[in-house]
Design a binder for this molecule. Sequence first.
Ligand code: BJW
Ligand code: ZN
Length: 271
Amino acid sequence: QLTRTHSDIVEFREVFSKARQIAIITGAGVSAESGVPTIRGAEGHWRTWKTQDLATPQSFCRHTSRVWEFYHYRRELCLQAEPSAAHKAIAECEERLRRQGRSLVLITQNIDQLHQRAGSKHVLEVHGNQYQTRCVSCGHVEVNHKSPICPSLEGKGSPDPDVPDALIPVKDLPRCEQKGCDGLLRPHVIWFGETLDSHILTAVEKELETCDLCLVVGTSSVVYPAAVFGPQVASRGVPVAEFNTKRTPNTAHFRFHFPGRCSETLPAALA
Ligand code: BJW
Ligand code: ZN
């Protein structure tokens, strides 16, 4: 296994040195290196719920206060977190390739903005980002880094399973400040059952069709449509390298699989 991995690294470095247009697809494993819990890992619970139970329009409709507590917790947690060695390796690689007239695009499922904070410039956020809000009444989208996002959420959002719901009245949750609106705000992220932004998907498709090397980093590859981005590139015969602590349902489709923590494997691969 070790020898296999070593010869793979040598081969990967060869492919990497010749690639002109690199696409990197990332997921929660990259932010795990910054102390942000992954979605499906053992630590991926908030109170007694899974992300799958909270990240839906139905849940927001029925348990608005609870879902806002969940996002408030993650907004605050990620504001405290620092980009990891994996985030930095990607950002530094983009800058280095740019100076060489080559390109790197980052397609991320993460909503935490840690890639941008590490310095990544060309980022396509396929699941939105938690520092933007959207008004459910007027549709207005806005950048929002307030901490806390509203007074009623101050001190709320503990992930401890023994903490009861704060049951904040909807009128005291984040509200739209557009003139005369006062509608309820929601996180501008993509929940289960919602479609991805078509402009972003079109941009992603273009990158997947033209890249000559693809990396898939720290994603379980179970959430569609992002789960098929890597296999789509591989089906063109383009090399795809997976960086993950575990194997995934997509591993067999890819030319390379580098096991281990991406804060260790990625800086070495992209140096
Ligand atoms: C490390 C590491 C380290 C850890 N180093 N690695 C049946 C079949 C097919 C599709 C569907 C279906 N039923 C429903 C659907 C559609 C659904 C879907 O895919 N469901 C599946 C779960 C079955 N998809 C959708 O609804 C999407 N919309 C859509 O398809 O529209 C059309 C449509 C609608 C309705 C029906 C059918 C079609 C929208 C998906 C939106 C996903 N949104 C979320 C929440 C965003 C906001 C938020 O975060 O709160 O996005 S869900 C959540 O999962 C989040 C993530 O971006 C996403 C992916 O998770 P990710 O990043 O892969 O994290 P993990 O935790 O799963 O994995 C971490 C990985 O890292 C692991 O592999 C670890 O091993 C690894 N790791 N430490 C390296 N140090
Ligand atoms: Zn509004």
